[in-house]
Design a protein. Structure first.
Lengths: 292, 272, 270
């Protein structure tokens, strides 16, 4: 599948951007020219040779803060995505096959999570498990998992009632076989799209949690945190939010492109299931990227 | 008997979809089951392959009584490949993301047979159903209706089944493909496979069936050798069915006779 | 005089850049039935649509001529077409449900046709619609009038559509695969109804089907179409007993060797 995705221009662009971001996450902290936490008297400075992206309201080098924060931000988003995948997608698929009881319980759990106010849940988890990045990401992951549960369940349901699955069952296939051979490929594209969207939400939520003092503590930089701080000084540095925004958008856009590419290579069935998000198909298949 | 069904009842909730249906097929024999919309013909087929649970009666497949089989037992029986089911719609019964070859050999792979053996078998089956070998690597969406239909037949034959249930196997085909498909079914029958040929169209079944059963509102109202059912049907519905089937030269009934039979059926209602 | 005559009609596909129908000719007189047999892609539906003036976009009649009731349809204005459709020529197609508005009761939909085409008032239109539902042999037309499309079976819907098609007393009715999706006994009901209408009202019919037997039961003249080409044309008796083209023979074979005719043939011999 990866090879098929890479045959598309969109797939290659998406992989390129994601590779660059992975590089930032891995080596960003080492590349930072200054200590991202060290303040100077030179506050809210415009870009210069010494500070290519200027300094913030405490005189800290913005470039260093962004580079240093990339690891936490990206790992956070990945953690959210993986958690949502495990907590949402797996039960979503199994709810169709594991009998009425399992279906009932998971459906009610999903409903409960949707009904739960996000902040109350976040504060409760922090109180219970302590304050930290993994805890914050856990909160976000669990909160978005109903979305994945539903998407996976809907896709699985439509496949489970199909004649080709019945044909496999008549040939003696087990649930595992059906899921591996027939269901998984159809569930993947809508999940990929949901995942791309979640990654974007992940960045933003991390910053809003930071604002509330949950998860990442204020001096430690994240992309979302830098963005939130910049927004407070718009009258002095109106251009400042552009840089963290561009980073976040590039990541989200790359995830979306990748999701589109996956959808395109998984054929007709995958496309049909994606009615939640219909893009102009010409845009993707021509491979001409759209400006972010 | 390859397949024996006796006094079979199936309920969907409180609706009785099948009432006391009995039929049997011997090896090398073809039974045509004729039924129109809502007659229960698909329910019958699904019950025989275990997709629907009967509420009463007995089903015996290749000497094994399967009526009360649990999921695990069904799976074991199916994996032996004794009974196969060709679905009505070839496009919908093939996974659009799975190649033709993989679809054909899926029953073998489920049994855990090695890939190489399966690929070999796929090529031989393709030849048998007159499917171009190069089509094996294609996806179902790239095939014509007739080709897809041959793929589903090939998949049903891959395990050398004793019983094959075919749900409307020729309804969607044009004249040339229809003749070809019927020839193939005849060959199968001559090789000793028991066939159950389910259709709404008497005309398409008459040519290959040895015996014909007419299903009406969930019950069998007429059963017998094909020739007898076609030439001397007794039940009013069977008579209407024969009289309604389009024929080229000698219609079995004229308009007035059909009208009479319709009146009669209105008055007597369904089978008890 | 012929009600409908086609002279060497050719239909061109502007996108594909080629002719899809290469010369179809026939004449239809009042009370007569012409049958067109062919598979999907044979051009039979395009021919019907050309007669109705509803060819899909990019398709046009590129040669020959179509005359409806003595008028060359190529010269018709949009307004004249509208008057002709329904008034002179009506049509029913394969999937009746898709021609009815699912959220309206079927009766008023027919009444509307009557009001527009016949200029009747509301009450008269309703009465006429109920009459029409009775004319297509629906039991209890008053009740059917009040039904929504989803409450009726495929056969009943097709009758409703026939009722709408004959609402403005057309002289030609085109039935394009009108019985294909129906059960065999229901198909016979619809075919019987068409034969009945023809006898009672002198309606001329164009019956289009992929099944030669369906056409054979009703028609006086048969055209066998294949890939846009008329491979055989003639009186139904001649086609059935002395087919000249190999494809026609295949169509007959299908019934004689594999269908009900198999038994009949042998019995006649015996």
């Amino acid at each position: 599948m990866i090879r098929r995705v890479l045959r598309l221009t969109t797939g290659r662009i998406a992989f390129g951007i994601l590779a660059a971001i992975a590089f930032l996450a891995a080596f960003g902290p080492l590349l930072a020219p200054y200590d991202p936490l060290e303040g100077t008297t030179d506050i809210l400075a415009n870009p210069s040779g010494a500070h290519p992206l200027g300094t913030d309201y405490l005189g800290r080098d913005v470039l260093s803060r962004l580079l240093d924060g990339s690891r936490v931000s990206v790992l956070g988003a990945v953690q959210v995505a993986l958690l949502a995948l495990v907590v949402g997608v797996v039960p979503g698929i199994l709810s169709v096959y594991f009998g009425r009881a399992f279906e009932w319980v998971t459906l009610r759990l999903a409903d409960t999570l949707i009904a739960l106010p996000f902040l109350v849940f976040a504060v409760a988890v922090t109180a219970l498990l302590g304050n930290g990045i993994p805890q914050a990401m856990f909160v976000v992951g669990v909160m978005v998992s109903p979305l994945f549960y539903r998407v996976a369940r809907a896709a699985t349901l439509s496949v489970a009632r199909s004649q080709y699955v019945e044909a496999a069952i008549v040939a003696g296939a087990s649930v595992g076989w059906v899921v591996r051979r027939h269901v998984w490929v159809k569930v993947l594209p809508p999940i990929a799209v949901a995942l791309a969207n979640t990654t974007g939400v992940g960045f933003v939520v991390v910053s809003s949690l930071t604002f509330l003092g949950i998860g990442v503590q204020p001096p430690a930089p994240t992309w979302g945190g830098v963005l939130a701080a910049d927004l407070g000084y718009l009258s002095f540095q109106p251009w400042a939010p552009l840089v963290p925004t561009a980073l976040i958008m590039a990541t989200v856009w790359a995830c979306n492109l990748l999701a589109d590419a996956i959808r395109d290579v998984t054929g007709e069935a995958g496309r049909a299931l994606l009615n939640t998000r219909k893009l102009d198909p010409g845009k993707v298949t021509n491979g001409s990227p759209v400006a972010p | 008997m390859s397949l024996e069904v006796s006094d079979l009842d199936v309920h969907y909730g409180r609706t009785r979809a099948l009432r006391r249906v009995s039929l049997s097929v011997a090896p090398g024999q073809t039974l045509g089951v004729i039924g129109e919309t809502g007659s229960g013909k698909s329910t019958l087929a699904r019950a025989v392959v275990g997709l629907v649970r009967p509420s009463a009666g007995r089903i015996t497949v290749d000497g094994e009584e399967v009526t009360r089989y649990r999921a695990r037992q069904w799976r074991a029986l199916r994996r032996r490949g004794v009974v196969q089911y060709v679905f009505q719609d070839p496009l919908r019964s093939l996974d659009p993301d799975v190649t033709v070859e993989d679809s054909i050999v899926e029953p073998l792979l489920i049994q855990g047979r090695p890939r190489r053996e399966a690929a070999d078998r796929a090529r031989r089956l393709a030849a048998r159903v007159h499917l171009d070998e190069e089509l094996l690597s294609r996806l179902p969406g790239e095939l014509s209706g007739g080709q897809r239909q041959r793929v589903t037949v090939a998949r049903a034959l891959v395990t050398d089944p004793r019983v094959v249930i075919l749900d409307e196997p020729v309804s969607a085909l044009d004249a040339a493909n229809r003749v070809r498909a019927l020839e193939l079914l005849k060959q199968l029958r001559d090789a000793g496979t028991a066939l159950v040929f389910i259709s709404h169209d008497l005309g398409s079944v008459a040519g290959v069936a040895d015996r014909i059963a007419v299903l009406y509102q969930g019950g069998i109202v007429e059963e017998g050798p094909a020739r007898t059912v076609v030439n001397a049907p007794r039940h009013p519905y069977a008579r209407l069915l024969v009289g309604s089937a389009p024929t080229l030269r000698s219609a079995a009934a004229d308009r007035a006779q059909r009208e009479e039979l319709r009146e009669l059926l209105q008055n007597i209602g369904g089978p008890a | 005089m012929a009600l409908l005559s086609l002279r060497d009609v050719r239909i061109h596909d502007g996108v594909g850049g080629r002719d899809l129908v290469h010369g179809v000719s026939f004449e239809l007189s009042p009370g007569k039935v012409v049958g067109i047999v062919g598979e999907s892609g044979s051009g039979k539906t395009l021919t019907c649509r050309a007669v109705l003036g509803i060819l899909p976009e990019h398709f046009r009649v590129s040669g020959g001529g179509i005359e409806l009731d003595g008028r060359d349809v190529a010269t018709l204005t949009r307004k004249e077409w509208t008057a002709l459709r329904g008034g002179t020529v009506g049509a029913v197609f394969q999937d009746p449900a898709s021609y009815l508005n699912p959220s309206l009761r079927v009766g008023p939909q027919i009444a509307e046709v009557v009001r527009v085409k016949k200029g009747l008032g509301r009450r008269d239109a309703r009465r006429r619609a109920v009459e029409l539902l009775g004319a297509v042999r629906l039991r209890d037309p008053e009740r059917v009038y009040q039904r929504y499309p989803h409450e009726l079976s495929g056969g009943m819907l097709q009758r409703v559509l026939i009722a709408a098609a004959i609402a403005a007393d057309p002289r030609v009715l085109i039935a394009d695969e009108a019985t294909t999706a129906l059960d065999v006994t229901v198909q016979a009901e619809i075919l019987d109804l068409l034969a009945d209408l023809r006898e009672r009202t002198g309606l001329a019919l164009v019956v289009v089907s992929h099944d030669l037997a369906v056409v054979a039961q009703l028609c006086d003249e048969v055209l066998v179409l294949r890939a846009g080409e008329t491979v055989e044309q003639g009186p139904v008796e001649r086609i059935l007993y002395e087919p000249r083209h190999e494809y026609t023979r295949l169509l007959i074979d299908q019934h004689e060797r594999y269908g009900l005719d198999r038994f009949r043939e042998l019995d006649h011999v015996a």
